[in-house]
Design a protein around this ligand. Sequence first.
Ligand code: ADP
Ligand code: MG
Length: 606
Amino acid sequence: MRIRQLPENLINQIAAGEVIERPASVVKELVENSLDAGATRIEIALEAGGVKLVRVRDNGSGIAADDLALALTRHATSKIGSLDDLESVRSMGFRGEALPSIASVSRFRLISRTADAETAYSIESDNGQLSAIRPAQHPPGSTVEMHELFFNVPARRKFLRAERTELGHIEESLRAFALARPEVAFSLTHNGRALVRDAASGQVPEARVDAMLGEEFLLNSLRIEHSAAGLHLHGWVGLPTASRAQSDRQFFYVNRRLVRDRVVAHAVRQAYADVLFHGRHPAFVLFLEIDPHQVDVNVHPAKAEVRFRESRLVHDFLYRTLHEALAQTRAGMAVAVPVGMAGMPLATGAAGNQPTAAWLGNQQGGLGLRVNEQLAAYASLYGGAERGTLQSPMILADADGSAGLSTPGREEIPPLGFAIAQLHGVYVLAENAQGLIIVDMHAAHERIAYERLKSEQACGAIPSQMLLVPISMMVSTREADAAESHTAELAGLGIELGRSGPQRITIRRIPVVLDGADVERLLRDVLAEFSQHESSRRLQEVQNEILATMACHGSIRANRRLSIAEMNALLRQMESTERSAQCNHGRPTWIALGMQDLDRLFLRGQ
Ligand code: ADP
Ligand code: MG
């Protein structure tokens, strides 16, 4: 075949292949245009999952009659004029290809009116053929209508999914916009039915987050605000104990543009590494503000990816900020784990050490929320001094008043209260100003031991003690080899041993925290860790796993009877230990049942 220039409409249809995947992409591009036009109200109407109709109406700046045809022309944009502009772009769009792309694969209509125009004008496009420009009725702003997506591209129409699925993608996309733009009112109707009708929430971004993700997200997250090195991060990170089975609640914005980025994903994953169960996903809504020159937004046709000029710096800033924030998840501070409800508050308690419904489920039960509200108030009282001394990043507690805490004398009761009993050798029960606290003593102690080991190791050495009688144990040749080749690392961990035969090692010194532990079993686990990871990963990561293993062995086993004094000591240690709100595997270490919750269970006062 001879070389020839492709017709304009075919060029647009090819571009549409990259930009317009499904109705949700149309909605995304049109909403971005409305936002760029400064709209404060954006109304979206859909039919048949957006395949039959997407209509986006805004009250933005509008387009002058003379520019209407240009808006539908490829590479025509009002947003940049030079390479300099591109390098400092703050608008959502800049490629000038969304409208012509959409128009080339649908039946399309654009009606617009600028603030100073007498009347509105409209232009239509059918299969890429532009109509004449005609006067129309429309208040200042624009309406874009897209009918019959892919009607002229059957191959692509085949890839459209069920109405329900396409609608789901659109709702997801709209949620992402709404989270980032609390100052804009959004509405969404589908087949004539209103799905979202959200007024602008003005100066209170929380209200928008609440409306989009539900109150439970806010109640189970930490608010973050931190700046350094020209970077500013703010938003909410979910508590590790409120993690999810899917990564469906992860919203990360760069200069208010939702992005998927590997650097960001890695930093977040690392920050949660120490507090999250394997395979679980944290929830977060985070906004990174960065000098536009420091980020390239022109690396993806649908503008979903970005490239940071100094990705290492961004990575470390994110990691450090989130890691420090998550370190503040102490038992008794801020929000507690929602209590599994349905009228059976304690029935959902963990059995064995597998995650159970008590924390895997995202409870909608009213009681869980109430508990958290109380604790938020509680945190404002007890957390105050702590927060005052916090180094950056600053955590702004979601403290909403301190109802019920004004009784004099209550300030002396610590957050986790005082122990009253031990239940079946597993749980510590304590009374605090609010009501009942229940602590999983093994989970809590494991975290305390782990955090202690980590900080001791960071300070140089883990305090260890000579064994009065060295322990000699039989191991496999492989284990003995591992022990021998890692004596230095083991010494750093407070374990001193030597090989005393082809299949025998002798342990002479162990960390103080492991006093009373089953040393043989511990050592087998540690050696297994060593041989399993065999220099495949960074030593620090592996070390933390070994320390966690050691902590597990060193902590109180279930069925050990504790005295009231020991229980109180455990509660106080929990309050002062970083990350103590969850065990080493990300499960909660404590729950709270306030008097109100208990009253409700007993139908008191109803
Ligand atoms: P881009 O957004 O990359 O500039 P588009 O094809 O999405 O390209 O839009 C082309 C131009 O049409 C925009 O630059 C803008 O000037 C104008 N435009 C599109 N939608 C609107 C709108 N809702 N309100 C005002 N102007 C709009
Ligand atoms: Mg655009």
